[in-house]
Design a protein around this ligand. Structure first.
Ligand code: ATP
Ligand code: MG
Length: 330
């Protein structure tokens, strides 16, 4: 039986972190068994807000691919590709841009949040505003029906499906497929600073490649309850980052519930709690880091070359259908 196709991606703006792990990577490792999986390193999309530093983005491409392999993405089962190496994506984006209004793009909740976060006021780069369209091209070029991602991706999927419907209706065709998101059980991991989302750009995340001492330092920086001054004071769970991470990464839910109960009553100190979380995260991340150290840059570049070749074959098939459906000069 033909496997269903799935596409996800990450921007090579920095090392992957625990938010990626829980929000998307774990799913990808599981799903690569049953789906035909494409994973895209979105270097073109990264440039929409990092266009001043293209060389930095290029360096992160290889590092990101190392992160993938170190958490268990298997290049024999998953096609890993680099967005800038697939020119068909740019072509498809160009055609899709005509199908979306600027006001619709301005209302995209994730883009709106990111614009505020980046402090863009009247100077929003057009490429940044339009990145959901670029993402629609990524997904549909590979005819992906499923997209594992965090909750920030919901508006992108909605935008993709709106483009698919508009395209199919306008050009009287059925070639484009709508897609659906696969959300993990933890679709948004908070930052260590308590901000709504751990993110590469905000520097508020624990990276998969962080050294043990850095992990510990970040755990001890985590925002807890500022009113929990003495160990005997009752502490608040709501908004407490340590508990958010224990919920996400502690394997035993009953233990976490007991800790929450103890913390709210008083008598459980932040240091004890942070030491416990640190122990768990060290156990989780040590094998990932060790695997990463065995990967050579040369082998990674070869793997990416192969992935790009495979991806371009499918891209050219889809583009042939798109150009036919539109009646573009050939
Ligand atoms: P940047 O700050 O450069 O935007 P990012 O940390 O947001 O980086 P992306 O590359 O934009 O990471 O996101 C890649 C994937 O990881 C998306 O599917 C996104 O939903 C998911 N993801 C990113 N951060 C989190 C998080 N904190 N919790 C859950 N999922 C996340
Ligand atoms: Mg992001």
């Amino acid at each position: 039986m033909q496997k269903k196709r799935m596409l996800t991606g990450d921007r090579p703006t920095g090392p992957l972190h625990l938010g990626h792990y829980i929000g998307s990577l774990q799913n990808r490792v599981k799903l690569q068994e049953t789906y035909e999986q494409y994973v895209m390193i979105a270097d073109g999309q990264a440039l929409t807000d990092h266009f001043m530093h293209p060389k930095e983005i290029a360096k992160h491409v290889v590092e990101l691919a190392k992160d993938y392999l170190s958490i268990g993405i298997n290049p024999a089962q998953t096609t890993i590709l680099v967005q800038s190496q697939i020119p068909e994506i740019a072509e498809l984006t160009l055609y899709y841009l005509n199908l979306v209004s600027v006001s619709k793009l301005e209302r995209n909740p994730t883009v709106k949040y990111e614009i505020a976060q980046k402090g863009y006021t009247s100077n929003i780069p057009a490429g940044f505003l339009c990145y959901p369209v670029n993402q629609a091209a990524d997904i549909t070029l590979f005819q992906a029906e499923y997209v594992p991602g965090g909750s920030d991706q919901l508006p992108m999927i909605e935008q993709t499906n709106a483009i698919v419907k508009r395209f199919n209706k306008l050009y009287n065709t059925h070639i484009l497929k709508e897609c659906q998101i696969i959300l993990s059980h933890m679709p948004r991991l908070v930052g260590i600073d308590g901000k709504a989302k751990a993110s590469k750009s905000l520097g508020n995340a624990i990276s998969l490649s962080d050294r043990p001492e850095v992990i510990k330092q970040k755990v001890f920086q985590m925002y807890t309850d500022p009113k929990h001054g003495k160990v005997s004071d009752p502490g608040c769970i709501e908004g407490n980052v340590v508990f958010a991470y224990l919920d996400a990464f502690h394997p035993d839910k009953e233990t976490v519930e007991a800790l929450k109960c103890h913390y709210s009553k008083g008598g459980l100190g932040d240091v004890t709690l942070k030491n416990m979380l640190n122990d768990h995260l060290q156990c989780l991340l040590a094998p990932i880091r060790e695997k990463r150290e065995t990967l050579s840059t040369h082998a990674i570049r070869e793997m990416l070359y192969d992935g790009n070749q495979r991806a371009r074959q499918l891209a050219s098939v889809t583009m042939g259908m798109v150009r036919d459906a539109m009646g573009i000069y050939q």
